[in-house]
Design a protein around this ligand. Sequence first.
Ligand code: AP5
Length: 216
Amino acid sequence: MRLVFLGAPGAGKGTQAKRLVDQLKIPQVSTGDMLRKAVSDGTSLGKEAKSYMDKGELVPDSVVIGLIKERLQEADTENGFILDGFPRNVSQAKELDSLLGDLGKPLDVALVLDVPIDDLMKRLTGRRTCKSCGQMYNVYFSPPKVEGKCDVCGGDLYQRADDNEETIKKRLDVYQSSTEPLIDYYKNKGILKIVQGTGDINAIYRKILVQLNPAV
Ligand code: AP5
């Protein structure tokens, strides 16, 4: 299955994508994770990206499209993928269509996790992630058993640099102006599915599976 996950920052795209990876046996392709890795590796691409990410702005299309083109040619995407955080605007969506068209592998589904904007600030300021295994927590909604330590592997938890109130406000503005129009874009293509993303994480996951059937 070739799936795009849409939704505002903090809507739960990463949380739910990780579960689908285990079930569908296809990779999660997150441009945010790829960019953060480039930043922590100190590559020139990472240095360029960091200045945009720290401000909550979109990294230039040319940079992320280059990353995606390379990633979607790797062997593990042969049977499908879950795109998380890409595309982020209509021009990225058109580039993706053209790339997948060339490969003869169009998208099957664009799934929106719909969460009211007012719920997102607490989700994002409360997010903590394990440095070792990537497991995610939330100090308000799903805290670790021991503060600052991962329940799964005992690794240290960190807070993302862009999960501060000022940057979050900018990210939410950018979502509304640049990314939300993709909902209509995919609706017009007849592949849009919408899932309410509030409430229990397991219950949301079950709703996602219902929406993906029979495509799963
Ligand atoms: P990116 O990493 O893509 O961040 P984002 O879109 O802001 O999304 P998040 O990762 O913040 O949220 P999420 O929906 O995955 O939520 P999560 O599951 O973690 O992008 C970061 C930056 O990189 C961008 O600002 C931009 O600069 C750049 N970038 C990336 N892609 C780009 C592109 N294509 N073009 C240009 N620039 C790009 O959950 C959040 C928290 O909520 C967690 O603590 C979780 O535990 C909690 N939670 C989840 N579900 C629930 C629930 N049901 N109830 C309560 N809490 C919940």
